[in-house]
Design a protein around this ligand. Structure first.
Ligand SMILES: C[S@@+](CC[C@H](N)C(=O)[O-])C[C@H]1O[C@@H](n2cnc3c(N)ncnc32)[C@H](O)[C@@H]1O
Length: 275
């Protein structure tokens, strides 16, 4: 069973609602830019959104490929899938199902035009298997388009350590950051040709400590426990991220230790990628 499905249903359901809310501001804007600038989905494409979360970006992709194209969103978090199904049920060419990088529909089918995967790879423990499965699911000339974290943003590591020491190990076990060179190696070993591999713009800024804490809870599927964040712990954490007047500074944009995301576009074989 995937690590993300190991929390209680009530906690995960609540975290999924939080994730959907947070996605609107942080993940969605960044994902939309990625789709517009790099993914080049077109009418008629068949797309897998691997690790779709609550499906906001799957819905955007479904619009781009309509009327004949379709999008399948897959995620191991059952509560996120339930929410995705409920919120996007009016979109005819979009469906969602529970699954993961090793169980998604269409492995071996060589049918997808695009496998889109936004901020998911750092959750996947066996990246070689994931790339192999994606390769087996794409048609010749099909492509993968992904953004992923290649190492921890420092402010999250510090938060797990200082604010949730009881759960730090469990959270870090769920995450599987690997350097870009290793990811590229898995990608080419699976048979892909890399078209683009570079830093991506995804960076973090929070308006309040409350917003940051809720985000940490939702991205960790509820494992980051707000009830463990005592006043003392919070004071210790904020001492790291405050300005000289003691005001919290939670805008991490532009700081290299917090900018940790990469972008990868790769094509199956040497086929021509339709733009
Ligand atoms: C940061 S969220 C990104 C969600 C969505 N792609 C977006 O951009 O809003 C990462 C997602 O990856 C999913 N995930 C974790 N492990 C996975 C796996 N092995 N295969 C596929 N998805 C996985 C999580 O459940 C989570 O919803």
């Amino acid at each position: 069973m995937a690590a993300v499905t190991s929390n209680s249903t009530a906690v995960m359901a609540d975290a999924a609602i939080g994730y959907k809310e947070d996605s609107k501001s942080i993940q969605k804007v960044d994902g939309e830019t990625f789709i517009q600038e790099d993914v080049h989905a077109k009418a008629g494409d068949v797309i897998l959104d691997l690790g779709c979360g609550t499906g906001e970006l799957s819905a955007l992709l479904a619009k781009l490929v309509e009327p004949k194209g379709k999008v399948v969103g897959v995620d191991p978090d059952k509560e996120r899938i339930l929410l995705a199904q409920k919120s996007h049920k009016q979109i005819p060419n979009l469906s969602f199902q529970e699954g993961s990088d090793s169980t998604f529909p269409g492995i071996g089918s060589e049918t997808y035009d695009i496998i889109f995967s936004n901020h998911v790879l750092h959750w996947i423990p066996n990246k070689q298997r994931a790339f192999d499965n994606m390769h087996k699911a794409l048609r010749q000339g099909g492509k993968i388009a992904m953004q992923y974290g290649d190492h921890y943003p420092l402010f999250t590591l510090q938060a797990y350590k200082i604010l949730n020491p009881e759960n730090e190990a469990r959270i870090c076990e769920m995450l599987n950051y690997e350097p870009r060179t290793k990811v590229e190696k898995c990608c080419t070993s699976a048979g892909f040709t890399i078209l683009k591999s570079c830093d991506c713009e995804f960076q973090f800024a929070f308006e309040s400590i409350d917003g940051l804490l809720k985000w940490l809870r939702s991205i960790t599927h509820g494992v980051f426990d707000l009830s463990l964040v005592t006043e003392d712990r919070l004071e210790k954490y904020l001492a790291l991220y405050s300005d000289k007047d003691g005001k919290p500074c939670l805008d991490f944009r532009g700081a290299s230790e917090h900018s940790t995301h990469s972008l990868l576009i790769a094509v199956k074989d040497n086929g021509t990628v339709a733009k």
